[in-house]
Design a protein around this ligand. Sequence first.
Ligand SMILES: NC(=O)c1ccc[n+]([C@@H]2O[C@H](COP(=O)([O-])OP(=O)(O)OC[C@H]3O[C@@H](n4cnc5c(N)ncnc54)[C@H](O)[C@@H]3O)[C@@H](O)[C@H]2O)c1
Length: 469
Amino acid sequence: MNMYVGNLNTARKIEITPFRVVEPKASISVIGLGYVGAVSLACLSSLGHRVVGADIDEKKVDSIAWGNSPIHEDRLSELLTRGVAEDLLSATTNLPRAVRETDVTFVSVGTPTSADGGCDTRAIEVVAKGIGEALAQKEAFHVVVLRCSVPPGTTLEVMKPIIERHSGKVAGVDFGIGFNPEFLREGTAVADFHEPPKTVIGVTDEKTADVLSKIYEPVDRSPIVTTVEVAELVKYVDNVWHASKVCFANEVGRLCKPMGIDSHAVMDIFVQDTKLNLSPYYLKPGFAFGGSCLPKEVRAVSHLAKTLGVELPMIDALMPSNQKQIDQAVDLVERTGAKKVAVLGVAFKPGTDDLRESPTLELIAELKAKGVEVTAYDPAIEPGPHISQQFEYMRYAAPHLKDVVEDLPVFLKETPGDAIEEADAIIVSQKIPELRSVLKSKKEDAAIVDLVRITAPLPASSDYTGIGW
Ligand SMILES: NC(=O)c1ccc[n+]([C@@H]2O[C@H](COP(=O)([O-])OP(=O)(O)OC[C@H]3O[C@@H](n4cnc5c(N)ncnc54)[C@H](O)[C@@H]3O)[C@@H](O)[C@H]2O)c1
């Protein structure tokens, strides 16, 4: 808005910022003041929130209440000291009070490995009871957010019922519940908080999503809002991926060393490929890998390692893992009870007629061996001299597929309509958009076994099943 001040001769324009109502920032209790909780507490106070930390460990509480970090973490002491000095940050052993006196509660207690190798959620259960009892004495809407790394279902099936039971309130109505995984790395946790790799908010109601989005707005204006279960599992998947990367790189190192090849030179080049190597490519659940390169070279690397006397358990596990995916597809088809099955897509991927090591041929072979009648269609495979040459190669290179390959000209149909006409189940093994409309003309009760996520959104019908969704 512009405004003029002074008389006609001296008038000058000044800019007036329109009046904005500044909403007070949510006050936040953080339960569990370990590596995650102490950092969250300090960083949230640095964003201007009034925060109350709660822990059963009196020493930790005392230390934090005096503005001292109980752990070694860059810049943590500085933020804690500032939070206390600005009267924004306090700590207590009184959990119910911390909850009652705040609008939002973050739970970051430990979830160690349980005796059976699973996840010990006992601390979450104890805390949930305390939160429930506190909410019973509180009228205002309160948001409870689990931040621990836990198996999917923990927030809604373990924590939520305990809070509801002890508060007499209903989640999504009287209080909000959510899961917000923690992605900070120890050592750079404060810096990561202010520049997060991503912010994931798992919720069941919009109000809770709004409350959490507002808290994270200063550090991330585009949080990813999803379901609670997806948010829970993303954290596990992230960490398993990071562990896989470490083991993969280390196996490359073990392979390189006896050959006198510099593993860092190899991996420096490897990481420069952001199209296929460090990218979303190959990272969507679907069917098994195949073709003329991947299986052959995985086997070659395993063999090379053996000749060098090097153990590569992760790389050695790839072919068995791939076979499991074929077995899974066979199992899904068997569960439909279908006696006649149509397979849409025969080569290992769309746009090629290369049948070498196509996992779909393995799948067809296994189904045929179980007495299932198979028809198939592949837009890239036309009968003719070229395909006959391939058959020669297949007969030689994959003798166990000999019968299937010899039969292929008979059961391979010219159109997808011909292939699915009498099928009780249809397997979609290639992501070809035209197949979506083909599926609409299937027999009414024919099942769809989707290996490539051909449809979006996913059909709710019980006739439809996806291989990994
Ligand atoms: N450390 C990390 O880098 C990291 C990163 C991401 C996620 N996580 C996850 O976050 C959670 C917390 O991890 P952490 O490393 O901070 O654990 P931690 O063991 O350092 O801290 C847990 C804290 O919870 C407190 N506590 C236990 N029971 C309590 C109760 N009933 N009431 C109040 N406080 C209680 C403990 O005294 C301790 O101070 C875990 O689920 C962990 O898997 C950790």
